[in-house]
Design a protein around this ligand. Sequence first.
Ligand code: ACM
Length: 674
Amino acid sequence: MRMRQRLVIGVALFAWWCPVAPALAQAPSPHNLMPVPASVTFAAGGFAIDAHLGVKFDGYKDARLERAVERLLQRITKLTGVPIVRSGNVPALRITCGRGPSGVQKAVEDERYALRITTGGATLSAPTVYGVLRGLETFVQLIEQEPNGFAVRAVTITDQPRFPWRGLLIDVCRHWMPVEVIKRNLDAMAAVKLNVLHWHLSEDQGFRVESKLFPLLHQKGSDGLYYTQEQVRDVVRYAADRGIRVVPEFDMPAHTLSWLVGYPSLSAGKGPFELARAWGVFDPVLSPIDEKVYAFINRFLGEMTSLFPDAYFHIGGDEVNGNQWNGTPAIVAYKKRHGMATNEDLHVYFNTRVSAMLKARGKIMVGWEEVLHKNLPKNTVVQSWRGQKSLADAATQGFKGILSNGYYLDYIWPATRHYGVDPMGKDAANLPDEAKARILGGEACMWAEWVTPDTIDSRIWPRMAAIAERYWSPATVTDPGDMYRRLDVVSQRLDATGIVHRSNYQPMLERLAANRPTDALRGIVDLVEPVKDYNRGRRVEYTSLSPLNRLVDAARPESDEAREFERLVDALLADPAKSAGRDKVTARLEQWREDAKAVQSVLDSPLLQDAAPLVQNLTAVSALGLRALDALQKKTPLTLTPEETESLAKAIAPVAEVLLMVAPSVKKLVDAAK
Ligand code: ACM
């Protein structure tokens, strides 16, 4: 495997890209595909993308595939500005699809495809519609800008996913996400070959689906912010059109405050209950010993399973803290009577009953790793989130599993950190093959405590694309430098799917600056990242009603500028004699010094109230960096006063809930100059 990968990359690097106009021949360039296909080999030649790009089906064809081709043409027009006519064209892309779908999309489908591009045109062949959908996305990614226009290079690609389950969880409960947010994210998901939307639909903070059987669920549990059943069906259809399954999650028995507002008698404890506005793990929980509760859940599942055609149904099961169960004498007595030593024994009793209700409706239960128990029905899928060990444990015990630990987007980690997490890594790596086969893939999680429709796209994208590559591409594709190079391109191109991860940045900055000039502010916000893990909210108290419109919300999860600055500093320190590197570092430090001055004119904005110390830190960092450069050049050791040393430490620490990401690189310069 490793040998073949190397060979393929070698061929790609040495292939001489002959553009459409030979006079404009360029140096060979690496490709921008993400996820990287299983096998890709470039050759000489290619063809131009022009208004006459025609598409023809040779084999199986249906309305879904025709809609996919129409979307492809629209996206190409968006990316290139080339208006493509729909009739009378010479087919440049011929699609051969082996067969239509057999019923609802399953967890494992054949997603293979082969894409061959020559000077004469492109052929995309796949055994199933799913392969065609994935291959069309590769075709769009192959379009490159040339001096003379747009073109695709000659290439032979054969491709299939490494894992069948490649998902994104979107929490629509902590903050409500309207249908258009979900739809634009489905388009972006399809662009990087993700195939599962895990829709987290109920929580302590909100119950987000209309229930006709139990209307107090959405009427009292949602602040009026819920999906009608018709909207749910519409989203499910929209996803299916793109080859994406929708797995709903209704979290129980904990995380159910929103159910209990309207139906307090389901609780193990006493009501009345109110929707949660803050974040955390709360005591209220369903009663596991009350037959009325099971009758309710049974009818509820009857209604909800009919809305969601997917075979898998997620019942949550996380974070049952047990306080109410321990504090309810009838539950304590029940446990004793039935020989249940622990709350985990009681929890698995609950899960077994729910699993049977789902099974009776042809559904397979999915639960968070807390459901793992020796008595859990073996057809349950276990989703690991607290560590990778539970994934290996589940697989060893005969359960199928999905990995989410390491893929929490709300931790605001850099893409490369998520990229380094492999569903088959760590504990799973040493499993026997038959246990490994139970690991279906992974899901990134976009929990919504600190996102709104305004900001959610920027927290998912572009980092999600790097994770999608981990789920799709061969395990040997691991180079972070090449990942970032391609991620940059993919991020720009994802705009054409409708997500606003880039396009909402400037309007947010304008709001921060109270509609005054933003150049200096942008220069500064470009250098920061939100605090990591769950450090947000440790200093400032947030609820679901707090505005998320401050500097930390505008800041991107990863500062490309800080990463580039670190690279420049490392290169300079490795070879201090090179003046070009020093000039680049100097220019940046001077620019920041100017930005820190110029931004003063907008710092009186109400939304920038907490930003002044950050600007002071940047002023200090710029000055120290410039002095360090000077000292390095003159080879005179730099000495700092205790105040200066402290100001550098302060600049590295969080302020206004952001991290000044260039400060550690300046410290490197200062340390080298000492
Ligand atoms: C979880 O993060 N409680 C699944």
